[in-house]
Design a protein around this ligand. Structure first.
Ligand SMILES: Cc1cc2nc3c(=O)[nH]c(=O)nc-3n(C[C@H](O)[C@H](O)[C@H](O)COP(=O)(O)OP(=O)(O)OC[C@H]3O[C@@H](n4cnc5c(N)ncnc54)[C@H](O)[C@@H]3O)c2cc1C
Length: 397
């Protein structure tokens, strides 16, 4: 049993920031979300710039970015509250500059980048002047739920490196100014080590967006793309951190990044439940309001339980990260539970709303499509369950 005390207290400054974020999302972001029907894959850059400058004016911009880079400098627990509030709209995280993949990439750069890389990439990312993507996953037989399958290769050439390989499902790649590319610098596919991270500028002639992938979800700015690295030349200053340490750095990014995904999607779960509650209170069938029917009450209660349990797991893992721990088990447990719980909550809300739920008149059907892939990215549920069980067995021994 982990008997460490947990402090979830919320100071006045944070409580005020959460209130202001909620107000910003309801008055500025939700109207903009309706304009694009919650779809961001092909949304214009103008929309991002407009929302982000409004977020700056409202003092809610860049919650996870350190104060010296112009952000609000929240710790993980603080982010849990603010990202849930931002996640109440599909456009909220984009407006606040705490959306995937930039938010995870900024976290990684803050910890690993050297001074020059911080100036060149982290500062403009923090200001919303640049977008980025994280290129790890490859078509079969390459890296997927098992990153060790990495086949993209970086070979030494005079003055730097040459990268060759294919990546796919790279979120935000279209229009990104820089890609963080994972490539194998030693060993063979299947080996646990030997990966290096490279910073590749979008105008590098050796990197090409091959196609935009048509997916179930549409809520991430820039969509998901297939990228090709073909004789892509980068120099030594473009290596992020140390050569051959890429898999270790990926863990620096992935633990917190999977938790911030949970925070944002919890916002959508809460929004869905609010829609269901409003509908259950007003819609009458068979002489009663839906809210008075036992089976609907069961659906509503189960969603309340899923939301509360999700929030508790997120806060617990956030606390662990703030204490300097890796929180590998805690973030895995939270990710697995929350990814499935938010899917259940949206599904129940849709059921309660009947035909209206599947229409585009309200955004529930959009949310339904958005939350499903979360059971796959940042580690499929099965991969996490496998890792959770192995850690539990090890601890028991
Ligand atoms: C919307 C979306 C956005 C994404 N964005 C990015 C991005 O920006 N950058 C990036 O690099 N990647 C991204 N990905 C890719 C994502 O990280 C991978 O899809 C994920 O790691 C799984 O890899 P895979 O798709 O190759 O599935 P596979 O590795 O082929 O796994 C397939 C299935 O096998 C099962 N499985 C896996 N491990 C186990 C196990 N141990 N035990 C039992 N069953 C298991 C699971 O059911 C899993 O879904 C994104 C994916 C999606 C869907």
């Amino acid at each position: 049993m982990n008997a460490m005390p947990i402090d979830f207290s919320i100071d006045d400054r944070l409580a005020d920031l959460v209130r202001r974020t909620e107000s910003f999302v309801s008055t500025i972001v939700i109207p903009a979300e309706r304009d694009v029907h919650g779809s961001l894959h092909y949304a214009p850059e103008d929309l991002r710039h407009r929302l982000q400058s409004q977020a700056k004016e409202a003092g809610v911009f860049a919650p996870g970015v350190p104060a010296e880079l112009g952000g609000l400098g929240l710790d993980t627990r603080g982010q849990a509250l603010v990202l849930e509030a931002a996640g109440y709209s599909l456009l909220g995280p984009l407006a606040l500059n705490c959306a995937a993949p930039d938010e995870g990439n900024m976290h990684l750069l803050e910890r690993i980048a050297d001074d020059e890389q911080r100036k060149r990439y982290l500062a403009p990312l923090a200001a919303g002047e640049l977008r980025s993507c994280f290129a790890m996953t490859e078509p079969a037989p390459g890296a997927g739920s098992d990153p060790a399958g990495l086949t993209t290769r970086a070979t030494r050439v005079p003055g730097g490196w040459r990268i060759d390989g294919s990546k796919w499902f790279i979120s935000g790649a279209r229009g990104a100014g820089v890609a963080i590319c994972m490539a194998r610098t030693s060993g063979e596919p299947g080996d646990a080590g030997g990966a290096t991270m490279f910073l590749v500028d979008a105008d590098n002639p050796g990197m090409r967006v091959v196609r935009d992938i048509d997916t179930l979800d549409e809520g991430l700015f820039g969509g998901h793309s297939e990228i090709e690295f073909d004789d892509c030349r980068v120099s030594d200053v473009d290596v992020l951190g140390e050569v051959d340490q890429g898999f270790g750095y990926a863990q620096v990014r992935l633990g917190p990044a999977r938790l911030t995904h949970c925070m944002r999607w919890l916002g959508i779960a809460r929004r869905s439940q609010d829609i269901a509650l409003a509908r259950a209170r007003e819609r009458e069938v068979f002489g009663q309001r839906l809210a008075e029917l036992g089976m609907v009450q069961r659906l509503l209660a189960d969603s309340e339980i899923d939301i509360e349990a999700s929030r508790s797991l997120i806060w617990r893992a956030a606390w662990q990260l703030d204490q300097g721990g890796r929180a590998a088990q805690e973030t895995s447990i939270a990710k697995t539970f929350v990814a499935e719980a938010v899917g259940r909550v949206v599904d129940r809300a849709l059921q309660i709303c009947g035909a209206l739920g599947v229409s585009n008149d309200i955004l529930l059907s959009r949310f339904y499509r958005e939350v499903r892939p979360f059971r796959i990215y940042d580690g499929p549920s099965e991969t996490h369950r496998w890792a959770i069980a192995r850690r539990a067995v090890r601890q028991a021994g």
